[in-house]
Design a protein around this ligand. Structure first.
Ligand SMILES: Cc1cc2nc3c(=O)[nH]c(=O)nc-3n(C[C@H](O)[C@H](O)[C@H](O)COP(=O)(O)OP(=O)(O)OC[C@H]3O[C@@H](n4cnc5c(N)ncnc54)[C@H](O)[C@@H]3O)c2cc1C
Length: 285
């Protein structure tokens, strides 16, 4: 059964690329940066992975055709490119996407998914990175116990890292569960990435982490050009704009596509306010 799209509208820009384009262009016009995400994940069929690769390439070409009106920046999931089917096949697909990205000056962020593919994602990233240093980056999740070492691993090669808390349900053996511990880890990693990494994305809606980041850069005389904040489409839009007005780089992650259900349920799980928002939308109709 397919749920009606109006439920997801708060978090997902549109179901099609054509409908999403003016929305993302409007966000760019307000002085915010964007990264575009074609929704979908955990593909188990080669034909579906091949068509996902084609769609990513079409997306890159479409952004290039917008001639600077839309950021040339996308986020993709390796599980869409066949990572769970065959890593070599996934790497071939990724090379094709990144070749197009390099030709058009597009940046491609590899989103981080569940712990079943964390190591595989980082290894694949390291395989392709030497050929596309300015066109590909990765994500690290502060809630994972392994991440302290991965931070050093990524700083060592000067990879561009987006730091987030982590959105998947993971067992206690692999991931911190307490919010206070996750925040402490996040703050520790934020400081390392900003001082030793390359242009990290500080991806959070959490004021405690945002304020601590502002304080850290101010105390250490670090210019705003060395990092950016990132938030999700539909969350804290006013805060996004005010951070941009204050002179910080602010990138909005804009998802689109009809495969929105898993993304949508992760957003609902994160905050009870998001559930209330959806319920009120339902009752308003
Ligand atoms: C740009 C971006 C990309 C991401 N990419 C990935 C990825 O690749 N892999 C992955 O696992 N996860 C990803 N995430 C999701 C991330 O891991 C978290 O699940 C998600 O961001 C929620 O954590 P949080 O720090 O934003 O705030 P939360 O932990 O949800 O909230 C903490 C506090 O922040 C404040 N707050 C949060 N939301 C709001 C709001 N809407 N209005 C007012 N106050 C609010 C409240 O005080 C709240 O108590 C991404 C997140 C962002 C922003």
């Amino acid at each position: 059964m397919k749920l009606p799209f109006f439920l997801a509208r708060k978090f997902v820009a549109a179901e099609t690329l054509q409908e999403a384009l003016p929305i993302v262009e409007g966000i760019n016009t307000q002085g915010l940066r964007t990264t575009f995400d074609k929704l979908g994940e955990y593909v188990s069929d080669r034909a579906v992975a091949t068509s996902a690769k084609e769609e990513y390439i079409t997306l890159i070409r479409t952004l290039d055709g917008a001639e600077g009106r839309i950021d040339r920046n996308i986020s993709i999931k390796l599980s869409m490119l066949g990572q769970k089917i065959d890593e070599a096949f996934c790497i071939d697909n990724l090379h094709e996407v990144l070749t197009q990205a390099k030709e058009t000056g597009t940046f491609v962020r590899l989103d981080m998914e569940g712990t079943d593919i964390t190591e595989s994602t980082l290894s694949i990233f390291e395989r392709v990175y030497p050929d596309y240093r300015d066109n590909v980056g990765v994500v690290l999740q502060a809630y994972l116990k392994r991440t302290r070492e991965d931070i050093d691993r990524m700083c060592e090669i000067q990879a561009r890292v987006r730091l987030c808390k982590g959105a998947y349900s993971e067992p206690e053996s692999l991931a911190w569960q307490e919010m206070s511990t996750i925040r402490d880890r996040y703050l520790e990693f934020m400081e390392i990435l900003i001082s030793k990494g390359r242009f990290p994305g500080i991806a959070t809606h959490d004021d405690i982490l945002i304020d601590a980041t502002k304080k850290y850069v101010a105390d250490n005389g670090i210019p705003n050009e060395r990092f950016e904040f990132q938030m999700l489409y539909g969350l804290r839009s006013e805060t996004q704009k005010s951070l941009a007005r204050e002179g910080y780089g602010m990138r909005v992650y804009v998802p689109y596509g009809d495969q929105w259900f898993p993304y949508y349920t992760r957003r609902l799980r994160e905050r009870k306010e998001n559930v209330w928002f959806i319920l009120s939308t339902m009752f308003k109709r």
